[in-house]
Design a protein around this ligand. Structure first.
Ligand code: ZN
Length: 200
């Protein structure tokens, strides 16, 4: 069974999700929510999903970047994105700290803004402190695409969507992105869109 992913305009996507209590963490409801979020993310597929995206205002995130999701990207594109497979894991009540603030810009999408993409600048490196599904504290240091996923998902818990951070002129239907922009460097895309060159 999979859950319905709510789309932009749904109020829950704009509200701050609340902390999961220790009692809730061991409850069948939260265990079931995590399993359903995992299945929903895999079904779509996506590399991350936050509970507000399935209409639940709790600070729960699932992440998984499978090798097969990266098959459409060249070795150069994967290297530029610092993208490597990330095994499935759960983050409860995550707290995110930027470790490497170097801005990195790439196209990003969201299952709750279905069918669109835009350039979004994210910090290159972050650390996330959270609990896993068993309530065990975890500390994750992530760089590149994994750091992007974590920033995107933790944003969801604050009611923030990537459209709040995007380079607005780059906003595109995914279909048009594939047709006109995929495979071009970010620098080329920025130039073609009439955007100033980025520093560094
Ligand atoms: Zn999203």
């Amino acid at each position: 069974m999979v859950l319905k992913i709510v789309q932009a305009g749904e109020p829950v996507l704009r509200q701050r999700a609340r902390e999961v209590t220790p009692e809730e963490l061991s409850s069948p409801e939260v265990k079931s929510l995590i399993a359903l979020m995992r299945d929903t993310m895999r079904d779509t597929p996506g590399v991350g999903l936050a509970a507000p995206q399935v209409g639940v205002g709790l600070r729960v995130v699932v992440v998984e970047d499978r090798p097969e999701y990266q098959a459409g990207l060249s070795a150069e594109e994967l290297a530029a994105r610092e993208r490597k497979p990330v095994p499935f894991h759960v983050l409860i009540n995550p707290r995110l700290v930027v470790e490497d603030p170097t801005p990195v810009e790439f196209h990003e999408g969201c299952l709750s803004v279905s069918g669109y993409t835009a350039l979004v600048s994210r910090a290159r490196g972050v650390r996330v402190e959270a609990l896993d599904e068993n309530g065990t504290p975890v500390s994750i240091s992530a760089r590149g695409w994994y750091a992007r996923i974590l920033q995107h998902e933790v944003d969801h818990l604050e009611g923030t969507l990537y459209v709040d951070r995007m380079e607005t002129r780059s906003f595109s239907l995914l279909e048009n992105h594939r047709r006109h922009w995929a495979g071009r460097s970010v620098a080329e895309v920025r130039k073609a869109l009439g955007l100033p060159e980025r520093q560094g």
